[in-house]
Design a protein around this ligand. Structure first.
Ligand SMILES: [Zn+2]
Length: 408
């Protein structure tokens, strides 16, 4: 009898113990409808676009001549094209003008060919082509924040840099010069119909751009991995993406034509986009938004200056206020993936990132005009940023101010 009771006790205890640590898993995962990845896939853009429509607005960068082979491919596939050039980061007016041109030229499809700015501009134009009203009606913080009512016009995204992962995200970052902020248009409808990622398109990217965009990609793999909404699907993407940045970024910086390094970085960028769209980001992006709105600094360079400092501040705050947080073990995994050393501790990851930023010659925020007097405004604006809410620990204003001062 005693033995039976004892067994029953054993049987009862473990589930009770398990319950104490068990948290129901719940997540959603959405990405571009189709993803094509590989060298030379850009040659398939014409055929793919033809399935989406017959008149395409091609959104390109400051030098639309770079899109000439793409335009030829579209025309050979029977797709008529109108080119809209976007120089620099898009603002609300960029979107309005693009929509007007698309309507005037009766375009039913948008093809974006360029860096994150060009992709985001195309994404917002495609959304506004099929929704009523003005872009401001749908913008968060400075606008009315309404939800888009109808799906965007078909949108084909072709990145030519490896950093933002915008080909797999559901937001478009737009500047509002009058408010001195960057804001996002957000909707599941912004996910591209097709993301076409051809790593060869980034082979001529100059080293400085390879460095800053690459650091954006790394930030967009670390932040979703340690954030409060990480899930098993985004974890897989982040772990594999970090391995590829560790292997590929220095190589792509040193030798732009290294095909396997470019492939690693293109994939890392795509994975970062897929992860951030489904898990969220953290304090680096929470601060980078306002800084980007106030100063003409490349987004990736801002992320690079902040990343090691935010990692360090998060570790310190977690140990102090949330010593049981699973983010602490995650920072250790980050360190192991980046350094390739199975015994690495969380601080080794911070040091590895710091050394990478300095070896790739990325300057601090002071270079772009930010000074000590601007810190309070950045911290106040960052408090409203949605990325801040995903950070693994709530950083205080004084913690944020201190890390910003170090990043100048
Ligand atoms: Zn970013």
């Amino acid at each position: 009898m005693q033995r039976v009771i004892f067994l029953a006790g054993i049987l009862l205890l473990p589930p009770a113990l398990l319950m104490a640590n068990w948290r129901a898993m719940r997540f959603e995962f959405a990405t571009a409808q189709r993803i094509l990845f590989g060298a030379q896939t850009v040659k398939e853009a014409g055929r793919l676009a033809a399935d989406l429509g017959r008149h395409a607005l091609v959104v390109a960068g400051a030098d639309p001549g770079r899109a000439a082979p793409l335009l030829q491919g579209l025309q050979e596939s029977g797709v008529a094209t109108a080119v809209y050039s976007v120089a620099g980061e898009p603002d609300l007016e960029t979107v309005r003008r693009g929509v007007a041109q698309a309507r005037r030229e009766r375009c039913g499809v948008v093809v974006s060919f360029g860096g994150g700015s060009v992709l985001d501009a195309g994404k917002a134009i495609a959304a506004m082509m099929s929704n009523d009203g003005d872009i401001l009606d749908y913008i968060e913080i400075i606008g009315r924040g309404r939800s888009l009512a109808r799906p965007s016009a078909p949108f084909l995204a072709i990145p030519t840099t490896a950093g933002t992962g915008s080909e797999a995200t559901r937001n478009a970052v737009l500047a509002s010069p009058e408010h001195r902020v960057k804001v996002s248009l957000r909707s599941p409808f912004l996910l591209p119909s097709i993301a076409l990622v051809d790593p060869e398109l980034s082979r001529d990217l100059p080293p400085a751009l390879t460095a800053s965009t690459g650091l954006d990609a790394l930030t967009q793999l670390i932040e979703p991995y340690v954030c409060v909404r990480a899930n098993p699907m985004t974890d897989c993407l982040c772990e594999e993406g970090m391995r590829r940045v560790a292997r590929g970024l220095r190589a792509a910086f040193a030798e732009g034509h290294d095909a396997s390094a470019r492939e690693d970085m293109a994939l890392a960028s795509l994975f970062g986009g897929m992860a951030l769209a489904n898990a969220g980001l953290g304090a680096v992006h929470g601060l980078a938004g306002p800084i980007g709105g106030m100063f003409a600094a490349p987004h990736g360079a801002v992320c690079a200056a902040l990343l090691p400092r935010v990692m360090q501040a998060n570790l310190r705050a977690l140990r102090l206020r949330q010593p049981d947080s699973p983010a602490l073990a995650r920072y250790q995994t980050v360190a192991r993936l980046l350094t390739g050393r199975s015994q690495a501790g969380a601080e080794d990851g911070v040091a590895w990132v710091g050394a990478l930023v300095s070896d790739l010659s990325i300057s601090g925020l002071g270079r772009y005009g930010m000074q000590k007097e601007n810190i309070a405004e950045v911290v106040a604006k960052a408090a409203q940023a949605s990325s801040m809410k995903a950070n693994p620990v709530l950083l205080t204003s004084s913690e944020l101010s201190a890390l910003l001062e170090e990043a100048l």
